[in-house]
Design a protein around this ligand. Sequence first.
Ligand code: ADP
Ligand code: MG
Length: 465
Amino acid sequence: AERKRKVADVIEEVERALSTPTALLRGISDALVAEMERGLRGDIHSQLKMLISYVDNLPTGDEHGLFYALDLGGTNFRVLRVQLAGREKRVAKQQSVEVSIPPHLMVGTSMELFDFIAAALAKFVDTEGDDFHLPEGRQRELGFTFSFPVNQLSISSGTLIKWTKGFSINGTVGEDVVAELSKAMERQGLDMKVSALVNDTVGTLAGGRYVDNDVVAAVILGTGTNAAYVEHANAIPKWTGLLPKSGNMVINTEWGSFKSDKLPLSEYDKAMDFESLNPGEQIYEKMISGMYLGEIVRRILLKLAHDAALFGDVVPPKLEQPFVLRTPDMSAMHHDASHDLKVLGTKLKDIVGVADTSLEVRYITRHICDIVAERGARLAAAGIYGILKKLGRDKVPTDGSTMPRTVVALDGGLYEHYKKFSSCLEATLTDLLGEEASSSLVAKLANDGSGIGAALLAASHSQYA
Ligand code: ADP
Ligand code: MG
């Protein structure tokens, strides 16, 4: 009974610390919009970088030819080629391969990482079949999706601002990542030009626009989280170049670094942040994205084990190990609808090392998954709501005109595979927008849109275009 009371106390405290009432979410989206504006002004104290992408035109559908793309952003990278065939035929042919990045390369040297990538790319180019056509005398071109914050210098160059998401490589910060990749491709004897350097959010936005003209923003919920959207060029005070003809500029918000005292930061978040590779940074990302959700659950379970003997008198040693509980496992436990919570039983045995868990312990574990996932999904929805506010698309126009259809392209393994997360996000967005405004909003899964998007941007920025 004493133990039960302690368990209930800890859970109650966790529920309180991680709660996200709708009014709080509204405050968070307002704070986000304020930071977006500071970032666009170039305020050096702004948390959001609001990076200028140099993409002022999104794909039209008319793109033609063979293009490659390389997507580097997390645990895997993908190489892809497409044969674009214009407005009617669109993507005539597409092939891709995914390669996982050996963990030692994520914390090794820049040269080792880029050599590994270029080698995989060269191998892939070797398998190009006859159904792909490169006109005589032309160089192959590539769109490089690089999902880390970059100070873009042009559409095809940019310097790394910092590594995130578990990458920590000496000597790359401040370097032009296109030059690094190009040198590595040369070392492989691969003749290919990088025609576009894009963030994955920008690639997803481009890929989304190619299939749906009403796409105005893209959000990534994968290992990390980030968003991009189409801004009016004259609403970017820090932009000192010529105003683009289109009047638009795609902005990569780098919203993962958002921080606000409105964010429900718990003791678990603080401890995880403190022990991370980038303490004090990417706070919003650490509350939302796939790299961290399972780890937050682990920390709460550890607290329950310590303070309330959730798993018995001894704290399971495996539970002490950071990041043993991965978000896909958390998701599997959360979705367990069997009467005896069989999946929870298996996962707790395999991951935590506790062979026989009671039904009660399984329920509690699932409940913790629910609390952590719900907070992440609701915070992500508040972010999307903030972008819609910034775009003036958060409410029905008062002048009697109709609400324009608004599409947000979403991608990333977390959004794609964690059903309870994505449905909570969508329900929260509807709640924030209200019935009427939410009826013209579409949240659309843009599966692997960033790869195609980068290839499309390489096409529209081709040296031969
Ligand atoms: P990245 O963000 O690294 O470019 P992805 O978009 O494929 O790659 O996202 C991978 C991330 O998605 C994983 O790190 C994991 O956190 C999350 N994820 C993958 N599968 C699942 C799943 N079944 N349930 C929950 N999260 C998942
Ligand atoms: Mg990705």
